[in-house]
Ligand binder design. Structure first.
Ligand code: SAH
Length: 473
């Protein structure tokens, strides 16, 4: 097989990155934009020793699960990977990925995995503009014209996008207002290759329940010129904008946000609220640097599931590790005796404390630091003073780590604390499977697993797992 060969392939399966998988002459071919069940003519784009990559030239016989992608730049843009797959098939694919990771990486038996899986919780409207946050890179095209859009798959070339179908219409029109301001005042876009230029990204975040909108300009410098003009323009353009901030990022890496944020108009944060299955409504103030789930309606279902798994009666002592702005902590607090939250981003902890006050919740305490440092410190200190408070003998520990999963020092302390239940909320089922294996070796049993689709059209999957402590023999 050679580069640029065209071969006819039947797609038998799909990879965890969302590519179709087929075979030709014993070679595995990963085909971009193909879906399971397609028969397609494929152009080979890269050849490795035992496998190769290709892209669809023409679909000869479409899969029954193939749909017409609703976005015109879907194939160029790297944001969505499976927009050509029906929503039902997307949910089935995501369920399979979670199961496969539990079996392959977690070492669980297939029958066992089948017995603990609950149905995936999908979105009610599968074509919704579900994202409450758009992170839009700005740059220049080959003709030196300013562009805003998204990076192409595995690249840092900006694919111009006028309207992203999974983001709000407002978010992109606001970004184009910023572009017009840049054009008018000759404010340069940041250029990754040289490290020069000023505006890197425009972030727009909206509180679905309130409509409040934050615009954040990520800049490679200390400030921007003509701030007042920009503020005036944006406010006149969209009266929902209640906060405009500048985030300073002069680093030359791929991380979007810098540490420092300055408010140039309105509040430092925007407000949103969620309503859980228990009927509780909780409000949150969210600042630019804080993590907040991007899909509001699915977030309500995710946290309701986590709450159900926690099995709270009002008497429990709970840790919420990787707590962000306290979304899960506060959801649990109204149903528990005491909840302790741990989070590494200082602004998020500030938000979390303010959010507790905002909701008149006083049975929570927040600690800023790494979970793998804070938790062992508490445990060791309380243990050495034989001062076993509720804190080191919690009934429930909830974890919601970033994609890399939990550090072993964190998992080890959880095992030492011996909570009756652990609720693991995960955004990466591979590291989830690894951590579940470790917790099960340490005396826990996986009771229930529910995937929740927070990210239609992309390969991301959120999963909630309930583990319980085996009775000592
Ligand atoms: N539970 C929150 C946030 C989950 S995202 C929610 O649902 O909104 C994961 C969070 O973990 C982020 O806020 C991130 O800043 C934080 N984080 C990352 N590494 C951490 C660590 N080692 N210790 C504590 N928090 C960490």
């Amino acid at each position: 097989m050679n580069k640029n060969d065209v071969v006819r392939i039947t797609i038998e399966d799909m990879s965890h990155e969302g590519a179709g998988i087929g075979h030709v002459d014993g070679m595995t071919v990963f085909v971009k934009d193909a879906v399971k069940g397609d028969e397609a003519d494929v152009i080979i784009t890269k050849v490795k020793k035992n496998y190769c990559f290709g892209t669809v030239k023409e679909v000869v016989v479409p899969s029954k699960d193939r749909v017409i992608p609703k976005c015109p730049v879907y194939r160029q843009c790297g944001g969505c990977q499976i927009m050509q797959l029906s929503y039902e098939a997307q949910l089935a694919l995501k369920t399979d990925i979670v199961k496969n990771n539990l079996i392959r990486l977690g070492g669980f038996e297939a029958d066992y995995v089948e017995s603990v899986m609950e149905p995936i919780i999908g979105m009610d409207e599968d074509d919704a503009r579900y994202r409450n946050k758009a992170q839009i890179p700005v740059g220049k095209d080959r003709d030196d014209k300013l562009v805003a859009g998204f990076y192409g798959a595995r690249s840092h070339r900006i694919v111009p996008v006028r309207d992203c179908k999974i983001c709000s219409e407002a978010s992109f029109s606001i970004a184009y207002q910023v572009l017009e301001y840049m054009e008018e005042y000759h404010i340069p876009a940041y250029d990754e290759t040289t490290g020069k230029g000023l505006i890197r990204h425009v972030l727009v975040r909206e509180g679905k329940a309130t409509g409040e909108t934050m615009v954040c300009l990520v800049v490679n410098g200390a400030d921007i010129e003509k701030k007042e003009t920009l503020v005036k323009r944006l406010r006149e353009y969209d009266s929902n904008i209640t906060s405009i901030v500048i985030n300073i990022n002069t680093r030359r890496d791929n991380v979007i946000l810098g540490y420092e944020t300055k408010t140039i108009y309105g509040k430092d944060s925007i407000r949103d609220s969620i309503t859980l299955s228990t009927g509780d409504t909780i409000a949150f103030d969210i600042s630019a640097n804080s993590f907040y789930q991007v899909n509001h309606d699915q977030m309500e279902k995710l946290y309701s599931k986590a709450l159900e798994y926690a099995g709270l009666t009002g008497q429990e002592s709970v840790w919420d590790l990787y707590c962000g702005i306290g979304t899960i902590t506060l959801s649990m607090a109204t149903n528990a005796k005491q909840v302790y939250g741990v989070e590494v981003v200082p602004q998020a902890i500030e938000n979390a404390r303010a959010n507790a006050a905002l909701n008149h919740i006083d049975n929570v305490e927040f600690f800023c630091g790494e979970a793998e440092v804070v938790l062992p410190e508490f445990y060791d200190k309380a243990y050495s003073q034989s001062n076993a408070t509720d804190m080191i003998t919690p009934d429930v520990i909830v974890v919601d780590p970033p994609r890399k999963g939990c550090d072993n020092r964190c998992l080890d302390t959880m095992l030492q604390m011996k909570p009756g239940r652990i609720v693991y909320v995960s955004c990466d089922s591979a590291t989830l499977a690894r951590d579940l294996k470790y917790l099960c070796q340490g005396g826990y049993t996986v009771e229930k697993v529910t995937p929740v689709d927070q990210f239609a059209n992309t390969m991301h999957i959120e999963t909630v797992v309930l583990l319980s402590r085996k009775a000592p023999v």
